[in-house]
Design a protein. Structure first.
Length: 530
């Protein structure tokens, strides 16, 4: 209730944005179905259906309903393959470790002791490989392992799972990642490095201390970041998601405008001030109502039990959180924002680094600045002045280039006007121009048609495996409704095997270069007026 106005604004903005996207998607749907009609196809490919879903937000059932109205069906199997392909790409991009956890498997319960220690003597309670339950595993195998007690934090709440090692007297495991399974048990994805391990083995479980510390730096920094954002931007800021790992942190929050450079600097400085204050970071359990009464921040929409864990950074930040943290904020070392961007209507994202990754980021920026300084042969305090001078020179050169191009274009247009001939009652000219892009052809054709109010012009070009034509029609012919560039482009596309269209004044056709550009130019009058 307290956020009624904000929620209404978000919904309205999302509806408007989806309306715009829907219009674009409908145009694509019409294009897809028009192409199918020409080839007598009746099944919309899974790839096309997924593009409508992924790019334009069309739910699959909407595409199915629209298809049904046209007597078409959708390749559902192909859609699912495209969906799974994207999931695989996303997992690969995030560098996720793939687990064989089964949704219906009941993994042995595990007690998490990783708040208090990073090493524990424990026992192996299960070994799993894909859908198989094993008694043992040997060197070279990749398996999922459960333990009686574990110091390894399982990926959850946006925090990456721990890595490290598990060792017994007969074998050793490299822990490549840890997750919470579907029944909330902790599952360790392991590579058997040596020997053999068996269910029931007594083992030492050891978390990679440096990786845990780096993750904790980023996690504690997100708590400081949220509080800083609320102080600088306003109390409307609410966490919408986060991700922390040893390399960086990502924090999504509600806000309707991009942060200007001054705001980013203020947030960054406020966080670093709390780091230098070396505030104590304390965690404790209390009743949910008590935590809320103390002003503890909670993740909007999250379900919490009657008792919750509260993490406090001095008096600066207090949040409900089950993750692992530092003992004092000073251990963060350095906090640096590296990116701020929009990810949805009313939702912004900040990416930042802390500790060693922050040092590496600054060092990389300094190296880049040093390289620029060396290239410019300028002292550090003269870099901007030298760069501005070069930009002014470049601007002058570009202006001179544009003037030269306009002069050259004027000469070319006059040359084309001299080549105009009669095709029936129509004044007509067509020429192939080497080295011109489709945009340049369009600009040239627009200038040419103004010289030919009662004529039609076609300019053609080929290169990089593509062939393009621009059709221009003079205003007198358009007013008399004798010709339309868009209609002529459709004829040209049919004759050349390309695709295109446009307005009555200008239209373009593009397609694969078939090596017959000169032949097409020679037959152009026949294509258009024959």
């Amino acid at each position: 209730k307290q956020r009624h106005e904000h929620i209404a604004a978000v919904i309205k903005s999302e509806e408007e944005r989806f309306g715009e996207t829907l219009d674009q998607g409908l145009a694509l749907f019409d294009q897809i179905t028009a192409g199918m009609a020409k080839s007598n196809k009746t099944i919309i490919s899974g790839t096309d259906a997924f593009k409508l879903y992924d790019t334009y937000g069309f739910p699959l059932d909407l595409t199915q309903a629209m298809s049904s109205e046209k007597g078409l069906t959708v390749d559902l199997e192909g859609f699912e393959k495209s969906m799974e392909g994207q999931r695989e790409q996303s997992r690969a991009a995030r560098g996720e470790v793939e687990f064989s956890c089964s949704k219906d498997a009941e993994y042995p319960n595990c007690i998490f002791v990783g708040y208090e220690c990073l090493e524990a003597k424990t026992r192996i309670t299960g070994i799993f490989r894909k859908e198989l339950t094993l008694d043992r595993s040997e060197k070279g195998m990749t398996v999922d392992v459960t333990l009686e007690d574990t110091p390894f934090y399982g990926e959850s709440g946006g925090q990456a799972g721990d890595v490290g090692a598990i060792e017994s007297k007969d074998g050793s495991l490299k822990v490549e990642g840890t997750v919470k399974a579907f029944n909330k048990a902790t599952v360790h994805r392991c590579q058997v490095i040596s020997g053999t391990i068996k269910v029931g083995d007594q083992v030492s479980a050891m978390v990679d201390c440096q990786a845990r510390l780096a993750t904790a730096r980023h996690h504690t920094a997100t708590h400081l970041l949220q509080s800083a954002l609320r102080q600088i931007l306003g109390k409307h800021v609410q966490q919408q998601g986060s991700a922390v790992d040893p390399q960086r942190l990502r924090f999504d929050f509600t806000h309707f405008a991009a942060l200007d450079p001054m705001q980013v600097q203020q947030v960054e400085e406020l966080v670093n001030r709390q780091v230098m204050e070396d505030l104590p970071v304390e965690a404790g359990h209390m009743k949910l109502a008590e935590a809320q009464a103390q002003g503890a921040m909670a993740l909007f929409g999250e379900k919490y039990g009657e008792e919750v864990r509260v993490v406090s950074c001095g008096d600066f930040s207090k949040e409900l959180c089950g993750g692992t943290h530092l003992r004092r904020t000073g251990e963060i070392g350095l906090f640096k924002i590296i990116r701020e961007e929009a990810i949805a209507s009313g939702v912004r994202r900040i990416e930042a680094v802390a500790g060693v990754p922050a040092l590496h980021h600054i060092r990389k920026s300094e190296q880049l600045l040093d390289e620029v300084r060396d290239r410019l042969k300028a002292a550090p305090d003269e870099v901007v002045k030298k760069l501005n001078g070069l930009l002014e020179e470049l601007k002058a050169l570009e202006k001179a280039k544009r003037e030269a191009a306009r002069n050259q274009q004027g000469s070319l247009i006059e040359s084309l006007v001299q080549e105009v001939g009669d095709v029936g009652e129509v004044r007509f000219v067509c020429r192939a121009l080497e080295g011109y892009s489709s945009d340049e052809l369009r600009e040239l054709a627009d200038s040419l048609r103004k010289k030919l109010p009662g004529g039609v012009a076609v300019l053609a070009s080929a290169g990089e495996g593509k062939m393009s034509f621009t059709v221009a029609v003079g205003d007198e012919l358009i007013k008399a409704k004798k010709f339309s560039a868009g209609d002529l482009a459709k004829k040209l596309a049919a004759a050349t095997g390309g695709r295109g269209g446009g307005r009555p004044q200008l239209a373009q056709v593009g397609g694969r270069d078939d090596g017959r550009l000169a032949e097409h130019v020679a037959k152009m009058a026949e294509y258009l007026f024959g």
